[in-house]
Design a protein around this ligand. Structure first.
Ligand code: ADP
Ligand code: MG
Length: 330
């Protein structure tokens, strides 16, 4: 038994190409461990392989190679307990239009073998704010209500791990707040949460740990704090009083003059203080008219890890050597 909520090793997925299409290496050997009790963010640009990974966890997509363990149960050797440990809210709105929310939950509970006495359909509908729609047909529900129902369905068998694939893509603010409030509450009650999101701010705020995947490869996994901390590059932008004759020199500080005459100083927050940077500026006889600073956020980390590859030709990229954390500019 492992203490991980999810442990993935050497996970590969190759989609067969149809009608003259080449095959697609959607996952190229992913190793990933999700700690129990965490809110874990899986980030990556469109087409990175996030849904493929999540759908493999959910048992909706068959992997090509590798091992997947859910709550200590190997997906192939112990399919039932591994499946029982996870609930997935998929990205697609795939609901049977002829079921009411209560009906859909009962069917789902039946699929997972939840005994009648242990079913909590009413409670779950209450949690996602669908009580007053319990008996309405799914086809009459709005997009937002359907999403709530998908969340409710993922919860019927009381999974240890809840997976949400882009739960807030294109939803209104109210629903987003409801989703995040639920995620927080469920996590406080001990549920491990894995989510993918396009909103980096959201990931920064919600997630304890983050993995970034790009073109089917894992390019980073760390705590959110470390990921941000590691890229603690600071930028100080100074508007000098007069034209700069000589650039400031100091260890750990990179100085650069922009065409508009502003002076850009880059340094690492854990190495160098702002005061040391300013001292170097004074030593270079530069008088400061204005100064401002910029701090890295998750978006910078994300861009540093994924931007250069996005321009790479996709055709033969799976033959390229793997690149890892060193791609973050430290
Ligand atoms: P993400 O969720 O990160 O946007 P996906 O996992 O949906 O990425 O897709 C990863 C890659 O696999 C994409 O290039 C996508 O076009 C391809 N892909 C996804 N599903 C299929 C499929 N059923 N058949 C063929 N290719 C697929
Ligand atoms: Mg997706």
């Amino acid at each position: 038994m492992t203490e991980a909520a999810i442990r993935i090793e050497g996970l590969r997925k190759t989609y067969r190409g149809g009608r003259g299409q080449p095959e697609k290496h959607a996952l190229k050997g992913i190793d990933l461990t999700v700690p129990r009790g965490s809110v874990f963010g899986l980030l990556g640009p469109n087409g990175a392989g996030k849904s493929t990974l999540i759908n493999i966890l959910a048992g909706l997509v068959v992997k090509s190679a590798g091992t997947v363990e859910i709550w200590g149960f190997d997906q192939d050797q112990s399919p039932r307990p591994s499946r029982a440990a996870i609930g997935v809210m998929p990205q697609e709105l795939n609901l049977d239009p002829f079921f009411t929310p209560r009906g859909a939950l009962e069917v789902q509970a039946g699929l997972y073998g939840v005994p009648k006495a242990e079913r909590r359909s009413g409670e779950i509908l209450e949690l996602v704010g669908l009580s007053d729609k319990a008996e309405a047909y799914a086809r009459t529900l709005s997009g937002g209500m359907r999403r709530r129902l998908l969340l409710a369905k993922a919860l019927v068998h009381h999974p240890k791990v809840l997976v949400l694939d882009e739960p807030t893509a294109g939803v209104d603010i109210e629903l987003r707040q409801m989703l995040w409030a639920n995620v927080r509450r469920l996590n406080e009650q001990g549920m491990t949460i894995i989510l993918t999101t396009h909103y980096l701010e959201e990931a920064q705020e919600m997630c304890d740990e983050i993995a970034i995947i790009n073109q089917g490869e894992l390019v980073a996994q760390d705590s959110t704090a470390n990921l941000l901390g590691r890229l603690d590059s600071r930028t100080m932008v100074i508007t000098p009083d007069a034209e700069v004759a000589a650039l400031p020199q100091a260890e750990g500080v990179q100085a650069q003059l922009r065409p508009d005459g502003t002076l850009v100083l880059q340094y690492h927050g854990h190495q160098t203080s702002a005061e040391q940077v300013l001292e170097a500026v004074r030593q270079a006889n530069i008088r400061i008219r204005d100064v401002r600073t910029e701090e890295a956020d998750l978006e910078d980390v994300f861009l540093a890890l994924t931007a250069s590859r996005a321009e790479d030709p996709p055709a033969d990229d799976h033959d390229r050597p793997r690149r890892g954390m060193h791609r973050v500019k430290l």
